[in-house]
Design a binder for this molecule. Sequence first.
Ligand SMILES: Nc1nc2c(ncn2[C@@H]2O[C@H](COP(=O)(O)OP(=O)(O)OP(=O)(O)O)[C@@H](O)[C@H]2O)c(=O)[nH]1
Length: 182
Amino acid sequence: MPERSRKIAVMGFQSVGKSTLCIQFVEGHFVDNYDPTIENTFHKKVKVRGEDYTLELVDTAGQDEYSTFPAQYSIGIHGYILVYSITSDKSFQVVQNLYRKLIDMIGKVHVPVVLVGNKTDLQKERVVSTEEGKRIAEMWGAMFIETTAKRRDTVSDVFTKVVLEIEKSEGTLSADAKCIVS
Ligand SMILES: Nc1nc2c(ncn2[C@@H]2O[C@H](COP(=O)(O)OP(=O)(O)OP(=O)(O)O)[C@@H](O)[C@H]2O)c(=O)[nH]1
């Protein structure tokens, strides 16, 4: 069976770790330095429930509360990874604004989204609780995960979860489907 291609946008406030998550997933290492992104694209093959996928990850420029939703990310994108940092309340507010703008822009009630609370290695600096993150994701009907870009296993979970969300919304996978990353 031919590979399925899925395009995923990774969005959120600046410096929350969007690029670092993508690089950990695709290249398997943690990048310590900060280099603001304009836009980057990554590719990665994954196997989910026995099916081969080619993921195209669009690592977007950091958004803030004043940004309008970039129109180019409203078409041709199968799923969204919305990232905040558990150390930044501002990034948590920005991700909620971003979601509202996304829904308004797309004009659909349900869009495949995974909400990601990143930087869990910085527990002492945590200002957004796990419960708050979960509550927002439940309100959206989205999946939720906390991770640190330093851990390859939970970072992989972020990306496989978004594939599951996409497939669920297209009706091709059951909600309890298991996934494997290769
Ligand atoms: N401690 C820690 N630092 C992280 C983590 N993820 C990212 N960082 C650091 O946070 C900084 C910003 O990470 P980026 O991945 O460049 O952030 P971004 O969201 O892509 O930023 P923009 O391009 O401005 O939108 C870098 O110095 C990363 O090393 C994490 O999980 N833990």
